[in-house]
Design a protein around this ligand. Structure first.
Ligand SMILES: [Zn+2]
Length: 232
């Protein structure tokens, strides 16, 4: 199974990416926020519906998405990933949108405390999701993906040009305290990277317009998976 992760679309559709989806067998697209640049709703709706006409899509919003965007995602042909654990073919996707505070007072920021609480409450719900889907889940074969807009603090994925780290301590703590296989994030456009925090792979593809995504290839019969940056 193949999953493509993109981020930080900021209202710029990428023809190369759409072509990539047409030419490759991709089972799922994950979008980790900042679909728009402070709106408009129409772009988010059209973009998500276009992707969803090609394959399955799960999306969350980012700090630059205004307050209507979560509803646009809910009402699009994509699946909303915010504050949910979605199960997709033995992959559990724990999604939470928005970002930790920024110096720019963007529309969808929340405090580190609220971000931590939101993520932690979501994890409490894990056993319910596994129980509800027990007939279709193969427990030996599950991988867990944390889908956030904010990257974890002090990782490769949150480093700005000055070398400072500006990611979220809440996301970092949640990763340290749990057993996620992968954290897919975005937000810091210049921090395109794949790195590791303990056992968790951290992947930030940068802005979609810069032509990169993260490809996750998972073996259907085992937990084996591979994570790589791909150029569109
Ligand atoms: Zn952002």
């Amino acid at each position: 199974m193949k999953i493509i992760h993109i981020s930080d679309v900021h209202c710029t559709e990428n023809k190369n990416f759409l072509k990539y989806l047409d030419e490759n067998e991709i089972d799922l697209v994950l979008v980790s926020g900042d679909i728009t640049d402070f709106g408009p709703d129409e772009f988010a709706k059209d973009f998500l519906n276009k992707l969803a006409s090609k394959t399955s899509v799960i999306a969350i919003y980012g700090n630059c998405d205004i307050e209507t965007i979560p509803y646009v995602i809910e009402n699009s042909k994509a699946i909303s990933g915010h504050n949910k654990i979605n199960l997709f073919k033995n992959v559990l996707i724990y999604g939470f949108g928005g970002s930790s505070p920024t110096p720019f007072s963007t529309p969808s920021e929340l405090s580190e405390e609220d971000l931590y609480m939101g993520l932690n409450n979501l994890i409490d719900y894990e056993s319910v999701v596994i129980e509800e889907n027990s007939s279709v889940i193969n427990k030996d074969n599950i991988i867990k993906i944390l889908l956030t807009h904010s990257p974890p603090f002090e990782s490769e994925a949150d480093k700005i040009l000055s070398g400072d780290h500006v990611g979220s301590k809440a996301v970092r703590n949640i990763i340290n305290e749990n057993d996620f296989d992968i954290n897919l994030c975005g937000h810091i456009h210049e921090a395109k990277s794949i790195s590791k925090l303990n056992k968790t792979i951290i992947a930030n593809p940068g802005m979609l317009k810069d032509n990169y995504g993260v490809l996750i290839t998972k073996n259907n019969d085992s937990r084996d998976f591979d994570v790589e940056l791909v150029k569109f």
